[in-house]
Design a protein around this ligand. Structure first.
Ligand SMILES: [Zn+2]
Length: 131
């Protein structure tokens, strides 16, 4: 699976950029009020990828209100886990996925659970367009 060499599965900045481009084709959308257009907050005080809404002034990142919200696990691992679960037709065991991702079995179990929940919803997840 050479697709796994994709930098979005290994580099969190690239993973975030990819997700932003995928979810926000017209620019950042505020999850709080729906306004399109926000200011990227830069500098040492902020994590990369934090935006402030030009309208309601609330701060957000691209993962707010997605299955990747509020996780300490790197976004690149999340994207890889989602990809692997979607791509493997026969399904994949937690241990197998854990080895491929290089994260603990416990974390892998948590990711699989969340991803499956998201896939079960009628609305396609962030990776719905892929494959
Ligand atoms: Zn807003």
């Amino acid at each position: 699976m050479s697709d796994l060499q994709n930098p979005i599965f290994h580099n969190d900045a690239k993973a975030r950029k990819w997700l932003e481009g995928h979810l926000w084709p017209d620019g950042p959308v505020c999850p709080h009020c729906g306004t399109i257009g926000a200011t990227a907050l830069r500098g040492k005080a902020h994590r990369p990828g934090v935006y402030q809404c030009n309208d309601c002034r609330q701060q957000f990142t691209v993962t707010v209100s997605t299955l990747y919200e509020r996780s300490k696990l790197p976004l690149s691992k999340w994207l890889m886990a989602t990809y692997l679960l979607c791509a493997s037709k026969k399904g994949m065991s937690t241990r197998q996925l854990s080895r491929m991702l290089g994260v603990s079995v416990k974390s892998t179990w948590f990711m699989m659970h969340r991803i499956r929940e998201a896939l079960r919803e009628s609305k396609p997840g962030p990776l719905g367009g892929a494959n």
